[in-house]
Write a protein that binds this ligand. Structure first.
Ligand code: ADP
Ligand code: GLC
Length: 497
Protein backbone atom coordinates (compact mmCIF):
# COMPACT_ATOMS: atom_id res chain seq x y z
CA UNK A 1 0.00 0.00 0.00
CA UNK A 2 1.12 3.54 -0.69
CA UNK A 3 0.86 6.03 2.12
CA UNK A 4 -1.76 8.70 1.44
CA UNK A 5 0.47 11.44 2.79
CA UNK A 6 -0.14 15.06 2.01
CA UNK A 7 2.33 15.22 -0.78
CA UNK A 8 3.33 18.79 -1.49
CA UNK A 9 6.93 17.98 -2.17
CA UNK A 10 8.21 18.83 -5.65
CA UNK A 11 9.89 15.90 -7.34
CA UNK A 12 12.09 16.16 -10.41
CA UNK A 13 11.23 13.48 -12.91
CA UNK A 14 12.77 12.32 -16.17
CA UNK A 15 9.86 10.87 -18.13
CA UNK A 16 11.14 8.41 -20.76
CA UNK A 17 8.76 7.31 -23.49
CA UNK A 18 8.63 6.14 -27.09
CA UNK A 19 5.38 7.94 -28.07
CA UNK A 20 3.98 11.33 -27.17
CA UNK A 21 0.67 12.98 -28.12
CA UNK A 22 0.40 15.24 -30.12
CA UNK A 23 3.67 14.47 -31.89
CA UNK A 24 3.79 10.71 -32.35
CA UNK A 25 1.08 8.17 -31.54
CA UNK A 26 0.29 4.56 -32.33
CA UNK A 27 -2.01 3.98 -29.33
CA UNK A 28 -2.95 4.94 -25.81
CA UNK A 29 0.67 5.10 -24.59
CA UNK A 30 1.08 8.37 -26.49
CA UNK A 31 -1.99 9.88 -24.86
CA UNK A 32 -0.79 8.91 -21.40
CA UNK A 33 2.67 10.35 -22.02
CA UNK A 34 1.13 13.55 -23.40
CA UNK A 35 -1.18 14.03 -20.41
CA UNK A 36 0.32 12.63 -17.22
CA UNK A 37 3.45 14.86 -17.27
CA UNK A 38 1.25 17.94 -17.60
CA UNK A 39 -0.81 16.87 -14.60
CA UNK A 40 2.41 16.24 -12.65
CA UNK A 41 3.66 19.65 -13.62
CA UNK A 42 0.38 21.23 -12.47
CA UNK A 43 0.90 19.48 -9.14
CA UNK A 44 4.29 21.18 -8.82
CA UNK A 45 6.78 18.59 -10.09
CA UNK A 46 9.78 19.46 -12.25
CA UNK A 47 9.32 17.34 -15.37
CA UNK A 48 11.50 16.75 -18.39
CA UNK A 49 10.56 14.28 -21.07
CA UNK A 50 12.90 12.27 -23.23
CA UNK A 51 11.78 10.82 -26.58
CA UNK A 52 13.54 9.44 -29.65
CA UNK A 53 13.94 12.16 -32.29
CA UNK A 54 11.81 10.50 -34.97
CA UNK A 55 11.70 12.04 -38.42
CA UNK A 56 8.02 12.94 -38.29
CA UNK A 57 8.50 14.57 -34.88
CA UNK A 58 11.40 16.68 -36.12
CA UNK A 59 9.32 17.62 -39.18
CA UNK A 60 6.49 18.96 -37.00
CA UNK A 61 8.38 21.19 -34.63
CA UNK A 62 10.52 24.29 -34.77
CA UNK A 63 14.13 23.30 -35.31
CA UNK A 64 15.11 21.76 -31.97
CA UNK A 65 18.05 23.24 -30.11
CA UNK A 66 21.22 21.16 -30.04
CA UNK A 67 22.15 20.47 -26.42
CA UNK A 68 24.97 17.95 -26.39
CA UNK A 69 26.65 15.12 -28.16
CA UNK A 70 26.46 11.98 -26.04
CA UNK A 71 29.15 9.38 -26.63
CA UNK A 72 27.07 6.38 -25.65
CA UNK A 73 28.52 2.86 -25.51
CA UNK A 74 26.47 1.77 -28.57
CA UNK A 75 26.92 4.90 -30.69
CA UNK A 76 27.18 8.70 -30.37
CA UNK A 77 23.85 10.57 -30.52
CA UNK A 78 22.88 14.23 -30.58
CA UNK A 79 20.69 15.35 -27.70
CA UNK A 80 18.35 18.14 -28.78
CA UNK A 81 15.74 20.11 -26.91
CA UNK A 82 12.20 21.23 -27.76
CA UNK A 83 9.27 22.51 -25.73
CA UNK A 84 5.81 21.03 -25.33
CA UNK A 85 3.17 22.51 -23.01
CA UNK A 86 5.90 24.49 -21.28
CA UNK A 87 7.95 21.37 -20.55
CA UNK A 88 11.32 20.53 -22.01
CA UNK A 89 11.37 17.48 -24.27
CA UNK A 90 14.83 16.03 -24.92
CA UNK A 91 15.06 14.40 -28.32
CA UNK A 92 17.59 11.62 -28.81
CA UNK A 93 18.62 12.13 -32.38
CA UNK A 94 20.26 9.39 -34.39
CA UNK A 95 19.77 8.35 -38.04
CA UNK A 96 17.91 5.16 -37.02
CA UNK A 97 15.20 7.45 -35.62
CA UNK A 98 15.50 10.64 -37.62
CA UNK A 99 15.98 9.25 -41.14
CA UNK A 100 12.98 6.93 -41.23
CA UNK A 101 9.37 7.27 -42.32
CA UNK A 102 6.72 5.00 -40.84
CA UNK A 103 5.91 4.79 -37.14
CA UNK A 104 8.25 4.32 -34.17
CA UNK A 105 8.33 0.55 -34.55
CA UNK A 106 7.41 -0.21 -38.14
CA UNK A 107 7.93 0.88 -41.70
CA UNK A 108 5.07 2.20 -43.82
CA UNK A 109 4.49 -1.30 -45.15
CA UNK A 110 3.95 -2.58 -41.59
CA UNK A 111 7.22 -4.39 -41.12
CA UNK A 112 8.95 -4.09 -37.75
CA UNK A 113 12.31 -2.32 -38.07
CA UNK A 114 14.87 -5.14 -37.85
CA UNK A 115 17.10 -3.10 -35.51
CA UNK A 116 14.38 -2.17 -32.98
CA UNK A 117 16.28 -3.76 -30.09
CA UNK A 118 19.43 -1.84 -30.97
CA UNK A 119 17.54 1.45 -31.42
CA UNK A 120 15.79 1.24 -28.07
CA UNK A 121 18.93 0.02 -26.30
CA UNK A 122 20.59 3.15 -27.68
CA UNK A 123 17.66 5.28 -26.51
CA UNK A 124 17.87 3.67 -23.06
CA UNK A 125 21.57 4.51 -22.85
CA UNK A 126 20.71 8.14 -23.61
CA UNK A 127 18.06 8.10 -20.85
CA UNK A 128 20.70 6.84 -18.43
CA UNK A 129 23.19 9.53 -19.47
CA UNK A 130 20.60 12.21 -18.71
CA UNK A 131 19.34 10.46 -15.56
CA UNK A 132 22.88 10.18 -14.20
CA UNK A 133 23.58 13.83 -14.99
CA UNK A 134 26.20 12.90 -17.57
CA UNK A 135 24.64 14.92 -20.38
CA UNK A 136 25.93 18.32 -19.31
CA UNK A 137 22.47 19.57 -18.30
CA UNK A 138 23.42 20.16 -14.70
CA UNK A 139 20.22 18.40 -13.68
CA UNK A 140 19.78 15.17 -11.85
CA UNK A 141 16.22 13.85 -11.52
CA UNK A 142 14.93 12.26 -8.32
CA UNK A 143 13.03 9.71 -10.40
CA UNK A 144 13.36 8.22 -13.87
CA UNK A 145 9.91 7.09 -15.00
CA UNK A 146 10.01 4.52 -17.82
CA UNK A 147 7.25 3.11 -19.99
CA UNK A 148 6.99 -0.30 -21.64
CA UNK A 149 9.67 -2.53 -23.13
CA UNK A 150 11.29 0.25 -25.14
CA UNK A 151 12.70 1.66 -21.88
CA UNK A 152 12.90 -1.58 -19.90
CA UNK A 153 16.70 -1.64 -20.05
CA UNK A 154 16.89 1.64 -18.14
CA UNK A 155 16.13 0.31 -14.63
CA UNK A 156 18.31 -2.74 -15.34
CA UNK A 157 21.36 -0.77 -16.47
CA UNK A 158 20.85 1.84 -13.77
CA UNK A 159 20.96 -0.84 -11.09
CA UNK A 160 24.68 -1.13 -11.87
CA UNK A 161 25.37 2.52 -11.06
CA UNK A 162 26.92 3.19 -7.63
CA UNK A 163 24.49 6.08 -7.12
CA UNK A 164 21.34 6.60 -9.09
CA UNK A 165 17.88 8.18 -9.14
CA UNK A 166 14.86 6.08 -8.15
CA UNK A 167 13.24 4.19 -11.03
CA UNK A 168 9.57 3.60 -11.79
CA UNK A 169 8.48 1.29 -14.59
CA UNK A 170 4.95 1.44 -15.99
CA UNK A 171 3.61 -1.52 -17.94
CA UNK A 172 1.10 -0.42 -20.54
CA UNK A 173 1.06 -3.74 -22.31
CA UNK A 174 2.81 -6.89 -21.11
CA UNK A 175 2.43 -8.70 -24.42
CA UNK A 176 5.03 -6.53 -26.15
CA UNK A 177 8.25 -7.55 -24.46
CA UNK A 178 11.27 -6.69 -26.56
CA UNK A 179 12.80 -10.19 -26.32
CA UNK A 180 16.00 -10.81 -28.25
CA UNK A 181 18.46 -13.62 -28.76
CA UNK A 182 21.15 -13.87 -26.17
CA UNK A 183 23.76 -13.54 -28.92
CA UNK A 184 22.32 -10.22 -30.04
CA UNK A 185 22.33 -9.01 -26.46
CA UNK A 186 25.95 -10.04 -26.03
CA UNK A 187 26.94 -8.59 -29.42
CA UNK A 188 25.60 -5.21 -28.31
CA UNK A 189 28.09 -5.32 -25.45
CA UNK A 190 25.31 -5.11 -22.85
CA UNK A 191 26.34 -6.25 -19.35
CA UNK A 192 26.43 -10.01 -19.10
CA UNK A 193 26.03 -9.88 -15.30
CA UNK A 194 22.39 -8.80 -15.84
CA UNK A 195 21.69 -11.93 -17.87
CA UNK A 196 20.38 -14.39 -15.28
CA UNK A 197 16.99 -15.69 -14.20
CA UNK A 198 16.51 -12.93 -11.62
CA UNK A 199 17.46 -10.40 -14.26
CA UNK A 200 16.94 -10.11 -18.00
CA UNK A 201 17.04 -13.79 -18.91
CA UNK A 202 13.67 -15.07 -20.17
CA UNK A 203 13.48 -18.58 -21.64
CA UNK A 204 17.03 -18.27 -22.93
CA UNK A 205 16.44 -14.85 -24.47
CA UNK A 206 17.13 -11.38 -23.11
CA UNK A 207 13.91 -9.51 -22.33
CA UNK A 208 13.85 -5.73 -22.20
CA UNK A 209 10.49 -5.59 -20.40
CA UNK A 210 11.78 -7.97 -17.76
CA UNK A 211 14.52 -5.44 -17.07
CA UNK A 212 11.85 -2.94 -16.02
CA UNK A 213 9.88 -5.49 -14.01
CA UNK A 214 12.85 -7.02 -12.20
CA UNK A 215 14.93 -3.91 -11.49
CA UNK A 216 12.68 -0.86 -11.10
CA UNK A 217 12.16 0.33 -7.54
CA UNK A 218 8.44 0.39 -8.26
CA UNK A 219 6.45 -1.22 -11.05
CA UNK A 220 2.92 -0.29 -11.94
CA UNK A 221 0.34 -1.00 -14.58
CA UNK A 222 -2.43 1.22 -15.84
CA UNK A 223 -5.39 -0.23 -13.93
CA UNK A 224 -5.85 -2.01 -10.61
CA UNK A 225 -7.46 -5.09 -12.17
CA UNK A 226 -4.69 -5.57 -14.77
CA UNK A 227 -2.10 -5.27 -11.99
CA UNK A 228 -3.66 -8.36 -10.39
CA UNK A 229 -4.36 -10.21 -13.63
CA UNK A 230 -0.74 -10.09 -14.77
CA UNK A 231 0.28 -12.03 -11.69
CA UNK A 232 -1.65 -15.02 -13.11
CA UNK A 233 -0.58 -17.38 -15.92
CA UNK A 234 -3.59 -16.40 -18.08
CA UNK A 235 -2.56 -12.76 -18.38
CA UNK A 236 1.08 -12.90 -17.29
CA UNK A 237 2.70 -13.60 -20.68
CA UNK A 238 5.32 -15.68 -18.89
CA UNK A 239 6.21 -12.80 -16.54
CA UNK A 240 3.68 -13.69 -13.84
CA UNK A 241 6.29 -15.44 -11.69
CA UNK A 242 8.55 -12.38 -11.60
CA UNK A 243 5.55 -10.10 -11.03
CA UNK A 244 4.41 -12.21 -8.09
CA UNK A 245 7.96 -12.15 -6.78
CA UNK A 246 7.99 -8.33 -6.86
CA UNK A 247 4.86 -8.50 -4.70
CA UNK A 248 3.81 -5.22 -3.13
CA UNK A 249 6.15 -3.29 -5.36
CA UNK A 250 3.69 -3.89 -8.22
CA UNK A 251 0.56 -1.74 -8.19
CA UNK A 252 -2.12 -0.36 -10.51
CA UNK A 253 -3.03 3.25 -11.26
CA UNK A 254 -5.91 3.91 -13.60
CA UNK A 255 -5.25 6.17 -16.58
CA UNK A 256 -7.17 9.41 -16.86
CA UNK A 257 -8.40 11.39 -19.83
CA UNK A 258 -7.34 14.81 -20.99
CA UNK A 259 -10.44 16.99 -20.84
CA UNK A 260 -8.81 19.74 -22.87
CA UNK A 261 -8.74 17.30 -25.82
CA UNK A 262 -11.54 14.80 -25.23
CA UNK A 263 -14.70 16.80 -24.63
CA UNK A 264 -17.66 16.84 -27.04
CA UNK A 265 -18.48 20.41 -25.97
CA UNK A 266 -15.23 21.79 -27.43
CA UNK A 267 -13.92 19.09 -29.78
CA UNK A 268 -13.00 20.94 -32.98
CA UNK A 269 -13.08 17.72 -35.03
CA UNK A 270 -16.82 17.18 -34.65
CA UNK A 271 -19.37 19.23 -36.59
CA UNK A 272 -21.92 19.53 -33.77
CA UNK A 273 -20.63 20.14 -30.27
CA UNK A 274 -22.82 19.00 -27.38
CA UNK A 275 -22.74 18.36 -23.67
CA UNK A 276 -24.74 16.56 -21.02
CA UNK A 277 -27.53 19.16 -21.29
CA UNK A 278 -27.73 19.15 -25.07
CA UNK A 279 -27.47 15.43 -25.82
CA UNK A 280 -30.17 15.73 -28.47
CA UNK A 281 -27.50 17.32 -30.70
CA UNK A 282 -25.44 14.13 -30.65
CA UNK A 283 -27.57 12.48 -33.37
CA UNK A 284 -26.57 15.22 -35.84
CA UNK A 285 -23.06 13.84 -35.61
CA UNK A 286 -24.50 10.43 -36.36
CA UNK A 287 -26.00 11.74 -39.60
CA UNK A 288 -22.63 13.25 -40.54
CA UNK A 289 -20.90 9.99 -39.77
CA UNK A 290 -23.35 7.98 -41.85
CA UNK A 291 -22.97 10.39 -44.74
CA UNK A 292 -19.20 10.39 -44.53
CA UNK A 293 -19.03 6.58 -44.53
CA UNK A 294 -21.79 6.15 -47.15
CA UNK A 295 -24.21 4.34 -44.86
CA UNK A 296 -27.97 4.99 -45.08
CA UNK A 297 -28.73 8.18 -43.13
CA UNK A 298 -31.07 7.48 -40.25
CA UNK A 299 -30.82 9.24 -36.90
CA UNK A 300 -32.86 6.53 -35.17
CA UNK A 301 -30.74 3.63 -36.31
CA UNK A 302 -28.43 2.41 -33.51
CA UNK A 303 -24.78 2.67 -34.54
CA UNK A 304 -21.96 0.61 -33.05
CA UNK A 305 -18.51 2.21 -33.29
CA UNK A 306 -15.00 0.72 -33.12
CA UNK A 307 -11.66 2.55 -33.20
CA UNK A 308 -8.80 0.19 -32.71
CA UNK A 309 -5.40 -1.17 -33.42
CA UNK A 310 -6.17 -4.28 -35.43
CA UNK A 311 -4.51 -6.80 -33.14
CA UNK A 312 -5.43 -10.10 -31.48
CA UNK A 313 -5.68 -8.24 -28.16
CA UNK A 314 -8.63 -6.20 -29.38
CA UNK A 315 -10.87 -9.13 -30.37
CA UNK A 316 -11.48 -7.90 -33.92
CA UNK A 317 -11.99 -11.51 -35.10
CA UNK A 318 -14.60 -11.86 -32.35
CA UNK A 319 -16.32 -8.74 -33.64
CA UNK A 320 -16.39 -10.09 -37.20
CA UNK A 321 -18.00 -13.34 -36.08
CA UNK A 322 -20.47 -11.55 -33.81
CA UNK A 323 -21.65 -9.42 -36.75
CA UNK A 324 -22.34 -12.58 -38.72
CA UNK A 325 -24.28 -13.99 -35.75
CA UNK A 326 -26.49 -10.91 -35.44
CA UNK A 327 -27.84 -10.66 -38.98
CA UNK A 328 -31.38 -10.61 -37.60
CA UNK A 329 -30.76 -7.45 -35.57
CA UNK A 330 -31.17 -3.93 -36.88
CA UNK A 331 -28.06 -1.73 -36.53
CA UNK A 332 -25.09 -0.18 -38.32
CA UNK A 333 -21.41 -0.67 -37.53
CA UNK A 334 -18.50 1.66 -38.27
CA UNK A 335 -14.90 0.55 -37.78
CA UNK A 336 -11.70 2.57 -37.97
CA UNK A 337 -8.49 0.63 -37.53
CA UNK A 338 -5.02 -0.16 -38.69
CA UNK A 339 -2.70 -3.09 -38.16
CA UNK A 340 -2.87 -6.81 -38.91
CA UNK A 341 -3.53 -7.53 -42.60
CA UNK A 342 -5.61 -10.66 -42.02
CA UNK A 343 -7.92 -8.74 -39.67
CA UNK A 344 -8.19 -5.96 -42.25
CA UNK A 345 -9.27 -8.56 -44.81
CA UNK A 346 -11.87 -10.04 -42.47
CA UNK A 347 -13.32 -6.57 -41.93
CA UNK A 348 -13.35 -5.76 -45.63
CA UNK A 349 -15.24 -9.00 -46.32
CA UNK A 350 -17.88 -7.81 -43.85
CA UNK A 351 -18.39 -4.58 -45.78
CA UNK A 352 -18.76 -6.66 -48.92
CA UNK A 353 -21.34 -8.97 -47.31
CA UNK A 354 -23.25 -6.20 -45.49
CA UNK A 355 -22.78 -3.02 -47.55
CA UNK A 356 -25.70 -1.14 -46.00
CA UNK A 357 -24.81 -2.09 -42.50
CA UNK A 358 -21.03 -2.11 -42.07
CA UNK A 359 -18.51 0.60 -43.00
CA UNK A 360 -14.79 0.13 -42.44
CA UNK A 361 -11.94 2.57 -42.83
CA UNK A 362 -8.38 1.30 -42.66
CA UNK A 363 -5.79 3.80 -41.47
CA UNK A 364 -4.95 6.07 -38.58
CA UNK A 365 -7.29 9.07 -38.67
CA UNK A 366 -7.61 11.31 -35.61
CA UNK A 367 -10.46 13.44 -37.03
CA UNK A 368 -12.57 10.44 -38.05
CA UNK A 369 -11.95 8.84 -34.66
CA UNK A 370 -13.58 11.85 -32.97
CA UNK A 371 -16.57 11.72 -35.33
CA UNK A 372 -17.01 8.03 -34.52
CA UNK A 373 -16.90 8.75 -30.78
CA UNK A 374 -19.49 11.50 -31.22
CA UNK A 375 -21.69 9.85 -33.85
CA UNK A 376 -22.00 6.28 -32.51
CA UNK A 377 -24.42 5.09 -29.85
CA UNK A 378 -22.44 2.13 -28.54
CA UNK A 379 -18.68 1.62 -28.55
CA UNK A 380 -17.45 -1.97 -28.89
CA UNK A 381 -14.28 -3.26 -27.21
CA UNK A 382 -14.41 -7.07 -27.15
CA UNK A 383 -10.79 -7.17 -25.92
CA UNK A 384 -9.14 -10.41 -24.85
CA UNK A 385 -7.18 -8.38 -22.33
CA UNK A 386 -6.99 -4.64 -21.76
CA UNK A 387 -4.39 -3.03 -19.48
CA UNK A 388 -6.55 0.08 -19.16
CA UNK A 389 -8.17 1.12 -22.42
CA UNK A 390 -8.78 4.76 -23.17
CA UNK A 391 -11.47 4.46 -25.80
CA UNK A 392 -14.10 3.30 -23.31
CA UNK A 393 -13.28 6.40 -21.21
CA UNK A 394 -13.50 8.68 -24.24
CA UNK A 395 -16.79 6.99 -25.18
CA UNK A 396 -18.24 7.60 -21.72
CA UNK A 397 -17.35 11.23 -22.11
CA UNK A 398 -19.08 11.41 -25.52
CA UNK A 399 -22.31 9.77 -24.33
CA UNK A 400 -21.49 6.63 -26.32
CA UNK A 401 -22.12 3.59 -24.15
CA UNK A 402 -19.23 1.12 -24.01
CA UNK A 403 -19.87 -2.59 -24.53
CA UNK A 404 -16.70 -4.36 -23.40
CA UNK A 405 -15.25 -7.55 -21.99
CA UNK A 406 -14.90 -7.69 -18.22
CA UNK A 407 -11.10 -7.58 -18.17
CA UNK A 408 -8.40 -5.19 -16.97
CA UNK A 409 -9.20 -1.50 -17.01
CA UNK A 410 -12.51 -2.21 -18.74
CA UNK A 411 -13.69 -4.11 -15.65
CA UNK A 412 -12.60 -1.13 -13.54
CA UNK A 413 -14.49 1.50 -15.53
CA UNK A 414 -17.56 -0.04 -17.18
CA UNK A 415 -20.56 -0.83 -14.97
CA UNK A 416 -23.20 -3.02 -16.54
CA UNK A 417 -26.72 -1.70 -17.11
CA UNK A 418 -28.28 -4.89 -15.74
CA UNK A 419 -26.18 -4.96 -12.59
CA UNK A 420 -25.47 -1.50 -11.33
CA UNK A 421 -28.74 0.43 -11.28
CA UNK A 422 -28.11 4.16 -11.01
CA UNK A 423 -24.35 3.79 -11.32
CA UNK A 424 -24.46 1.83 -14.59
CA UNK A 425 -22.75 3.35 -17.64
CA UNK A 426 -22.51 0.56 -20.24
CA UNK A 427 -22.52 -3.17 -20.92
CA UNK A 428 -20.12 -5.98 -20.03
CA UNK A 429 -19.59 -9.46 -21.40
CA UNK A 430 -17.92 -12.01 -19.14
CA UNK A 431 -15.65 -13.67 -21.69
CA UNK A 432 -14.15 -12.58 -25.00
CA UNK A 433 -16.17 -14.60 -27.53
CA UNK A 434 -18.48 -14.08 -30.49
CA UNK A 435 -21.63 -15.57 -28.89
CA UNK A 436 -21.04 -13.43 -25.79
CA UNK A 437 -20.55 -10.30 -27.89
CA UNK A 438 -23.58 -11.07 -30.07
CA UNK A 439 -25.60 -11.47 -26.91
CA UNK A 440 -24.24 -8.19 -25.50
CA UNK A 441 -25.10 -6.39 -28.73
CA UNK A 442 -28.66 -7.72 -28.55
CA UNK A 443 -28.93 -6.60 -24.92
CA UNK A 444 -27.66 -3.12 -25.76
CA UNK A 445 -30.04 -2.78 -28.71
CA UNK A 446 -32.95 -3.83 -26.52
CA UNK A 447 -32.02 -1.16 -23.97
CA UNK A 448 -31.63 1.40 -26.76
CA UNK A 449 -35.36 1.24 -27.42
CA UNK A 450 -36.03 2.58 -23.90
CA UNK A 451 -35.07 6.22 -24.51
CA UNK A 452 -35.29 7.54 -20.92
CA UNK A 453 -33.23 4.61 -19.60
CA UNK A 454 -30.66 5.15 -22.37
CA UNK A 455 -30.41 8.84 -21.60
CA UNK A 456 -29.80 8.06 -17.94
CA UNK A 457 -26.94 5.69 -18.82
CA UNK A 458 -25.40 8.35 -21.07
CA UNK A 459 -25.64 11.02 -18.40
CA UNK A 460 -24.06 8.78 -15.79
CA UNK A 461 -21.08 8.13 -18.07
CA UNK A 462 -20.72 11.75 -19.09
CA UNK A 463 -20.61 12.96 -15.51
CA UNK A 464 -17.68 10.71 -14.57
CA UNK A 465 -14.41 12.62 -14.65
CA UNK A 466 -11.46 10.19 -14.78
CA UNK A 467 -9.28 13.23 -14.32
CA UNK A 468 -5.52 12.99 -14.76
CA UNK A 469 -5.09 15.09 -11.63
CA UNK A 470 -6.38 12.23 -9.52
CA UNK A 471 -4.08 9.69 -11.23
CA UNK A 472 -1.12 12.10 -11.03
CA UNK A 473 -1.66 12.29 -7.28
CA UNK A 474 -1.21 8.52 -7.12
CA UNK A 475 1.89 8.63 -9.32
CA UNK A 476 3.37 11.22 -6.97
CA UNK A 477 2.85 8.83 -4.08
CA UNK A 478 4.48 6.09 -6.14
CA UNK A 479 7.48 8.34 -6.80
CA UNK A 480 7.93 8.93 -3.09
CA UNK A 481 7.71 5.21 -2.43
CA UNK A 482 10.32 4.55 -5.13
CA UNK A 483 12.62 7.22 -3.70
CA UNK A 484 12.30 5.57 -0.28
CA UNK A 485 13.11 2.13 -1.71
CA UNK A 486 16.13 3.43 -3.63
CA UNK A 487 17.47 5.13 -0.51
CA UNK A 488 17.12 1.92 1.50
CA UNK A 489 18.89 -0.05 -1.19
CA UNK A 490 21.69 2.49 -1.31
CA UNK A 491 22.07 2.32 2.46
CA UNK A 492 22.12 -1.49 2.42
CA UNK A 493 24.82 -1.46 -0.27
CA UNK A 494 26.87 1.07 1.68
CA UNK A 495 26.72 -1.06 4.82
CA UNK A 496 27.75 -4.16 2.86
CA UNK A 497 30.69 -2.37 1.23
P1 ADP B 1 -4.24 0.77 -27.19
O1 ADP B 1 -3.25 1.71 -26.59
O2 ADP B 1 -4.11 -0.62 -26.69
O3 ADP B 1 -4.25 0.81 -28.66
P2 ADP B 1 -6.25 2.49 -25.92
O4 ADP B 1 -7.73 2.36 -25.85
O5 ADP B 1 -5.55 2.72 -24.65
O6 ADP B 1 -5.71 1.21 -26.70
O7 ADP B 1 -5.86 3.74 -26.83
C1 ADP B 1 -5.99 3.76 -28.20
C2 ADP B 1 -5.85 5.19 -28.66
O8 ADP B 1 -5.46 5.19 -30.03
C3 ADP B 1 -7.13 5.97 -28.58
O9 ADP B 1 -6.84 7.33 -28.41
C4 ADP B 1 -7.73 5.71 -29.96
O10 ADP B 1 -8.66 6.69 -30.32
C5 ADP B 1 -6.51 5.76 -30.82
N1 ADP B 1 -6.59 4.99 -32.06
C6 ADP B 1 -6.46 3.65 -32.22
N2 ADP B 1 -6.57 3.33 -33.52
C7 ADP B 1 -6.78 4.48 -34.19
C8 ADP B 1 -6.97 4.80 -35.58
N3 ADP B 1 -6.97 3.86 -36.50
N4 ADP B 1 -7.15 6.10 -35.90
C9 ADP B 1 -7.16 7.06 -34.95
N5 ADP B 1 -6.99 6.81 -33.64
C10 ADP B 1 -6.80 5.54 -33.26
C1 GLC C 1 -1.65 0.06 -23.94
C2 GLC C 1 -2.86 -0.77 -23.58
C3 GLC C 1 -4.10 0.05 -23.28
C4 GLC C 1 -3.76 1.26 -22.43
C5 GLC C 1 -2.66 2.06 -23.09
C6 GLC C 1 -2.27 3.30 -22.29
O1 GLC C 1 -1.49 0.27 -25.27
O2 GLC C 1 -3.15 -1.75 -24.57
O3 GLC C 1 -5.06 -0.76 -22.63
O4 GLC C 1 -4.90 2.06 -22.25
O5 GLC C 1 -1.52 1.27 -23.21
O6 GLC C 1 -1.87 2.99 -20.99
Amino acid sequence: MLADNNNNQSTSVLFACSELTPWVKTGGLADVCGSLPRALQRAGDDIRLILPGYKNVLDQIEPPVFVAQLDLPLHPVALCSATLYGMEVLLVTHPTFSNRDGNPYMSDDDRAWPDNAWRFALFSQAVIAVGQNRAGLNWRPDVVHCHDWQTGLVPALMSLEPERPATVFTIHNLAYQGNILHKLYADMGLPIELFNENGLEFWGQASFIKGGIAFADRVNTVSPTYSQEIKTPRFGNGMDGMLRYRGERVSGILNGIDHSIWDPAIDGHIPHNYDIDSLNLKSRNKLELQQRLSLPKDADKPVFGVISRLAVQKGIDILVNAVRQTEHLDYQLVVLGSGDTELQNQLMRLTHDYPDRVAVRIGFDEALSRLIEAGSDIFLMPSRYEPCGLNQLYSLRYGTLPLTTRVGGLADTVLDADEHGDKANGFLIEQPGAPQLANGMARALERYTDKPAWRKLQQTGMSETYSWDESAHRYRQLYQAAIGDAALEYEARRVRA
